[in-house]
Ligand binder design. Structure first.
Ligand code: SAH
Length: 254
């Protein structure tokens, strides 16, 4: 197994690269790929930057040039449902490109000539990620982000959700638009800008993938407030400790 780990922003992956053993870097297509071991797991970490094309080319190169066998995306997302709060964790069952619309030639959301709107994540990887996320909330969170910071960012009792994640090339900051998307896409838990593109590439190349996102905003009019502060103070910790639990879980199962 060789695990590819993608994030869009530096702050989402901050810490993982530093934790790599025997790290070496390779520059390709304007991105730095860091190869090494993460808690004994052979891994390649890379920042895709933002958007579906960025996610797609990064996933493709991870597979075709860096020989990864599995891809994990870790980052932040806006809430896709009003019951989901900032600080919650979502793990994708499936992913959809919410700005794909070739209707009336093809149904809304369907990627033309694939017959698919929903791209499934890998079931086993997603279950392992869910376990890691629950373990993080139960055992790590209180020690990793202090009470004052949890209060400052409005983290109450964060929860884990699994469901549909949608991706599109826009930052969603309109409550009415999110409600409409939620109505059109049953089971929607989060909106972001890369995951569904990575999932399509992985489907086409036959590589299992999973997507984990920390909810950074409600995708409404307040979405931009303190976005980067949240990502570096909160989401980077979530990513680090959840990926650590995920890798340690893989190791135990060997
Ligand atoms: N204001 C930020 C913009 C980052 S774009 C900046 O200046 O850097 C948002 C990134 O986080 C994308 O990679 C996307 O996947 C994710 N994301 C978080 N909240 C989102 C939302 N409400 N809508 C779309 N993407 C969101």
């Amino acid at each position: 197994m060789r695990l590819g780990i993608i994030s869009a922003l530096h702050e989402e992956q901050h810490g993982l690269v530093e934790a790599m053993q025997g790290a070496a870097t390779a520059l390709h297509g304007g991105r730095v790929y860091t190869l090494g071991k993460l808690w004994e797991i052979d891994a390649v970490c890379v920042l895709s930057r933002i958007g579906k094309v960025a996610g797609a080319v990064t996933a493709t190169l991870l597979v075709e040039k860096f020989d990864v066998t599995h891809i994990l995306f870790t980052g932040v997302a806006g809430a896709g449902d009003r019951s989901i709060a900032v600080g919650d964790i979502v793990v994708a069952d499936a992913l959809v490109q919410h700005d794909m619309d070739a209707s009336p030639l093809f149904p809304r959301f369907e990627v033309p000539l694939t017959g698919l709107a929903h791209f499934q994540s890998d079931h086993a990887m997603s279950l392992q990620l869910l376990a890691a996320a629950h373990g993080f909330l139960e055992h790590d969170l209180a020690g990793v982000i202090d009470a004052a910071q949890r209060a400052a960012f409005g983290l109450g009792q964060p929860r884990v959700h699994r469901g549909l994640i949608s991706s599109g090339d826009q930052f969603m900051n309109d409550g009415a638009a999110i409600d409409a998307l939620n109505a059109a896409l049953p089971g929607l838990v989060a909106v972001e800008m890369e995951g569904a593109a990575v999932a399509q590439v992985c489907y086409e190349l036959g590589v299992p993938c999973a997507v984990m996102r920390t909810i950074s905003d409600n995708a409404n009019e307040e979405a931009a407030t303190d976005f980067l502060a949240f990502v570096s103070a909160v989401a980077s910790k979530y990513a680090f400790y959840i990926v650590r639990r995920y890798c340690q879980g893989l190791l135990e199962r060997r």
